[in-house]
Design a protein around this ligand. Structure first.
Ligand code: NDP
Length: 333
């Protein structure tokens, strides 16, 4: 069976040199453990942080070790009472075709509830992040103007639609016309800005938000946040979910410098971490699956075929290749 290992730490953009595909013996599950065959592997922006040799909210990976990833897989062999061969499960496993996990760390996926891959996207970690980040931290009210950055990504696409369902006016930023069209034509966003083709981002933001901004759900940081900042309304909320524009930065950027805006607006800026909501995961999944069933919540998955392409799929996140959730299909279900 094959695994991807971290062979070196990237400086700036990750590259193929940082990854090594190795063949190893298929592991045997010990007591209480389960052997899982990977069907879908997730690649996520936070993994860039784990490639770095610096403490963060996610521990760094060691050079030479296999990397971890959210996986949906099929149980091959189980020494855990809760699972039997053929069950579909999800958990944090490895960038690997097969991996062993403690059964207590796995969650069952019901294949009758929809495509099993959604357990890594809209009905998984990104969906739950969007759910609590938007509804608990940002708290959009009817009539609010809500801006979401990386709005056509896994988290952003769900976050924006939830704001719309709360009765807010929703504006998204994304990096292609295909993405901005998806936001406005299919996901119900009221406006969308292609930040890559807009010469005057501040002007475009002001035009899209004539009444200012009440909620900013930030996945990105950098120039998009700079364009949002002057438009923050009194008592606005900023939910800081991600800063992907800075993940490959080789120099620490200066700032934030415009904090005076917070005095004027009395805005609340709050970071969020999905792991704080572990005990409320089920609540989010129930609501999100109801929204999907009732056609109020749409999603897309960007599936890269083949385990050998996992690094490409990961690096593609920084080029904005994905519309919706970026996944690697490792085996057929
Ligand atoms: P996405 O599916 O949104 O993929 C990343 C997207 O970011 C790309 O598609 C790209 O879209 C955009 N992007 C990449 N580079 C830049 C850049 N330099 N400037 C602006 N946009 C860029 O990923 P996720 O939905 O999984 O994650 C979104 C954010 O949420 C990330 O920052 C991630 O770290 C964070 N996150 C935080 C969690 C938490 O608990 N706090 C949990 C999960 C995710 P485009 O074409 O628009 O550029």
């Amino acid at each position: 069976t094959r695994q991807w290992r971290l062979t070196s730490r990237p400086t700036g953009e990750p590259s193929h040199e940082n990854f090594d595909l190795v063949t190893v013996d298929r592991p045997d599950p010990g007591p209480g453990e389960v052997l899982v065959r990977t069907l879908y592997q997730s690649v996520d922006p936070y993994m860039r942080g784990r490639m770095r040799d610096a403490e963060s909210y996610a521990e760094p990976w060691d050079v030479g070790d296999p990397m971890e990833a959210g996986v949906v897989g099929e149980v091959v062999e189980s020494n855990h009472d809760g699972f039997e061969a053929g069950d579909v499960v999800t958990g944090n496993l490895l960038w690997a075709e097969h991996a062993v996990a403690d059964g207590d760390d796995l969650r069952r996926v019901d294949p009758d509830r929809g495509p099993v891959s959604t357990a890594l996207g809209v009905l998984g970690m990104p969906g739950v992040t969007a759910y609590f980040g938007m509804l608990d931290v940002a708290e959009p009210q009817p009539g609010d103007t809500v801006v979401v950055s990386a709005a056509a990504g896994a988290v952003g696409s769900v976050a924006g639609q939830l704001a719309g369902l709360s009765g807010a006016r929703v504006v998204g930023t994304a990096g292609s016309d295909e993405k901005t069209s998806w936001l406005t034509d299919d996901l119900g966003f009221d406006a969308a800005i292609n930040y890559k083709t807009t010469d005057d981002l501040s002007g475009a933001m002001a035009e899209a938000c004539p009444d200012g901004i009440d909620v900013y759900f930030d996945n990105v940081g950098g120039p998009i946040t700079d364009a949002v900042w002057p438009l923050l309304n009194v008592r606005s909320r900023v939910a800081v979910c991600g800063q992907i524009a800075l993940y490959n930065a080789t120099e620490v950027p200066t700032g934030p410098r415009k904090l005076g805006k917070l005095i004027e607006s009395r805005a609340r800026v709050e970071g969020l971490l999905v792991r704080d909501y572990e005990d409320r995961w089920g609540e989010a999944l129930d609501r999100l699956s109801t929204f999907i069933r009732e056609d109020d919540l749409h999603y897309r998955e960007h599936v890269v075929e083949g385990f050998e392409n996992a690094p490409n799929a990961f690096m593609g996140l920084f080029e904005g290749e994905n519309v919706g959730k970026q996944l690697v299909q490792v085996a057929e279900y």
